[in-house]
Design a protein around this ligand. Sequence first.
Ligand SMILES: Cc1cc2nc3c(=O)[nH]c(=O)nc-3n(C[C@H](O)[C@H](O)[C@H](O)COP(=O)(O)O)c2cc1C
Length: 199
Amino acid sequence: MSPAHQTNNATGERLLIAVTGASGMLYLRAFLKVIAGSGIEVHGICSSSGRKVLWMEEGVTPADLKGIARWFAEDDFTAPPASGSSRYRGMAVLPCSMGTLAAIASGLSVNLIHRAADVMLKERRTLILAVRETPLNRNHLQNMLRAHDAGAIICPPMPAHYLRPATLEEAAETYAWRLADQLGIAVADRKRWGEEPTC
Ligand SMILES: Cc1cc2nc3c(=O)[nH]c(=O)nc-3n(C[C@H](O)[C@H](O)[C@H](O)COP(=O)(O)O)c2cc1C
């Protein structure tokens, strides 16, 4: 490749999304919707439990999700996300189960989701964990702190009720905006506190 065709942007405009078997697939759909048109290329990995919960909650398969250009199998450690040389600006685990949280907090690489998250942490790239469980036990809380201390951003799917969302979809959108902010993705028509009438 000639120097004219090289890019100075080492991480490119790619984002990795990992879907695990926690409840909250609505937030995944909302996030894909708000970043559609942002120009960022999204790649995905879905755990086997994630596939089941996606079907139970949304009635779709990963391949049905619009906005994910390429999927990798959860056991494919030869896929690009397994390497620090891959060009992802960041990764979001959305939603993130307590099992996947524990694996990431412990540095285990049992599947490609865990390995890709480990890579994000070692490369000092953005890793967001949309953890979902209630109530939380001591292990959950300790694993969140461990992941936080290793560099992850713990960002549970919590809508902004003060923006008065009228539907579940609108509520999920308020969370999707926050996630986009964390990943540095500009979203058109994003509402912000103090910048919009609230009543
Ligand atoms: C309908 C359904 C909802 C679930 N919701 C959650 C959840 O909110 N949080 C969680 O940690 N696990 C939840 N689980 C359990 C996980 O799917 C299970 O622990 C699984 O082993 C996680 O594997 P993964 O992290 O590889 O996707 C749920 C399972 C089902 C079937």
